[in-house]
Design a protein around this ligand. Structure first.
Ligand SMILES: Nc1nc2c(ncn2[C@@H]2O[C@H](COP(=O)(O)OP(=O)(O)OP(=O)(O)O)[C@@H](O)[C@H]2O)c(=O)[nH]1
Length: 173
């Protein structure tokens, strides 16, 4: 955000594509950063529909933000059963510098993450701590566990193949 800009929070969503190497294979993650506010709940649903993974973030220095995590996790469990969930505590730089700033206990969240079978991490956008590791994990899980495998995609039609040509011209008059 530029100097003097007014922070209105995310409205709608922002998109970025990120290439990640998993065992020599290039995986392109399409990442939608959706608004955290429940005000935009219906709109956010449009963006995460069909998602294979969701990183649900909360602010380690704000207890109420963790309560909202539960709201979004319920949403995902109800509407996106094939979506893997990652729970992410943000602003880890602040709690590392001053432990009294921490409002959400790591072990409490770990218990919750275990319960819902989610991966948990704590990151900092400011220092970059654990951010790359988290996206790497998302990409690796996608490759290793996803039921959608690129190799199992149906092959395209080979227009030079006689067999294919025959089958695709048989209905012509
Ligand atoms: N110290 C510190 N501040 C951060 C960090 N991440 C975000 N902030 C600050 O927190 C405020 C909110 O950051 P945003 O990235 O807009 O938060 P958000 O969760 O994306 O907000 P919504 O999209 O509206 O839900 C800004 O003032 C950021 O500078 C972090 O890792 N460390």
């Amino acid at each position: 955000m530029g100097a003097g800009a007014v922070d209105t929070g995310t409205i709608g969503a922002a998109f970025v594509a990120k290439a990640i190497n998993v065992g020599g294979r290039n995986v392109i993650l399409g990442i939608w950063d959706t608004a955290g506010s429940e005000r935009y709940e219906a709109m956010s649903r449009i963006y995460y529909r069909g998602a294979k993974a969701a990183i649900v973030c909360y602010d380690l220095t704000d207890r109420s933000s963790f309560d909202r995590v539960k709201f979004w996790v319920n949403e995902l469990q109800n509407f996106e059963e094939n979506c893997r969930i990652y729970i992410c505590g943000t602003k880890s730089d602040l709690v590392e510098n001053d432990k009294s700033m921490r409002q959400v206990d790591f072990h409490d969240v770990q218990d919750y993450a275990d319960e819902i079978k989610a991966h948990l991490c704590e990151t900092s956008s400011k220092t970059g701590q654990s951010v790359d590791e988290l996206f790497q994990k998302v990409a690796e899980d996608y490759v290793n566990y996803s039921d959608f495998q690129v190799q199992s995609e149906p092959k395209g039609v080979d227009l030079n193949s006689r067999r294919d040509l025959t089958s695709y011209t048989c209905c012509h008059h």
